[in-house]
Design a protein around this ligand. Sequence first.
Ligand code: UD1
Ligand code: CA
Length: 479
Amino acid sequence: MPQDLTIIVLAAGGGTRMKSKTMKVLHPIAGRSMVGHVLHAAAALDPTRIVAVVGNQREQVAPHIEALVPGVVLAVQESQEGTGHAVRIAWEALPVEARTGTVIVAYGDTPLLEGGSLVAFAAAHEASAHAVTVLTGVVARPDGYGRIVRGADGGVEAIVEQKDATPEQAAIAEINSGILAFDADFLDAALPRLSNQNANGEYYLTDTVGLARTDGRTVGAFELVDVMQTEGANDRVQLAALAAEMNRRIVERWMREGVTVVDPTSTWIDADVVLAADVTLLPGVQLLGTTVVAEDAVIGPDSTLKDVEVGAGATVVRTHGELAVIGAGATVGPFSYLRPGTELGTDGKIGAFVETKNAQIGVGAKVPHLSYVGDATIGEGANIGAGTIFANFDGVAKHRTVIGAHAKTASNNTFVAPVTVGDGAATGAGSTIRNDVPPGALAVTSGPQRHFKNWAQKNRAGTAQARAAEAAEAAGTDD
Ligand code: UD1
Ligand code: CA
């Protein structure tokens, strides 16, 4: 690995083909921005310094890059006059004493770029005496790329841009990926010599190759067989294609690590997700953000988990969850909605049509059916009856409900927070619990049931309801 290494990431371009208020390099793929992927790959080189060139929408781009790379050197390119101009601005943003060693230039919109490829490329450049090494690729359709013109000795003579190419040059399938490695002293001398006398009227960084040859220096090519790593996304169609390819690679990597993925094409896994061996992912699963899943857990079908921690052996069926923790052996779903702050204990249960938020549900505790649990602590082994509402909001502020260990609350309860149900307590069906329930007590709030005899016959005379009541009365079964 080079001792003194500078990485320059170009991210000043307009990206107008995205037709977006979001700057191109900030568009996400697999949970990271495109430039975030490039910076992640760059980190594998353990660079001495990183310079990011920003321009268009830099009020969005600069803070994003600074958050990802504390200490990054930001260089502002006011007008985009070409890749050579962009690198000159990056170079001038560095103090003179930092303009040393090896310099690698990359683009901010190549999300598939892998750290290992940059490491191999940098090593190849370092091992040579080349002034410049070009990361190249052989593509079926070289349109739009700079073509690699090689000499008889195999060395690179020039990079010729599409618009400046002769028909013979245009037929060359080996292209400039855009990623270049430079000897800093050469780059320092070459940048002021670039001109914009070409078909685009731009300062081409690629003209440094010709300058190196003029100076009697050699230029190397390092071919990356996996050319998709250097592909950029210029519009939403390419963005989706690269996202699908990245997902394919991520899913394949996890399968090779021992994860069962029943339907790879309907399974989406973000770059920062971590899965254990023997996890099973059923069709239609999205694991996003920093989700972590422990061994033997089964997720899906049709579940989206973002920043969720799933314990070993848990099952999560048709669930949407965010910033939640699901304990080992717990069961969730189908049709559960876990909102931020949900923590389900070991062997706990969150069942069908249950919404939880900011709720700690204890070991073995169960909320099986049709409930809203907001701002609550539910003790170990407690069972919450079907159709329970934790009324946490009084219209002004949120309050907590505490349910004790092994409490059994009945169906269709409302807990009006703040309220506490003691350990081992119970409630009656349909209760509205406004006052604290002592441990072990049974709380019943609904009034005694009253009967208004023959109400239907009097008030609904002539209806099917009344006739049914009359028939029951005649048969002697009304009482
Ligand atoms: C460039 C290369 C070409 C290569 C291709 C690979 C040159 C002259 N040409 O062409 O050989 O095959 O990339 O994709 O280098 N940028 C800035 N400031 C500028 C100009 C560009 O930051 O003033 C950034 C853009 O945001 C983009 C990258 O540099 O990320 C490449 O610029 P672009 O104009 O797309 O270069 P190409 O014409 O594609
Ligand atoms: Ca381009």
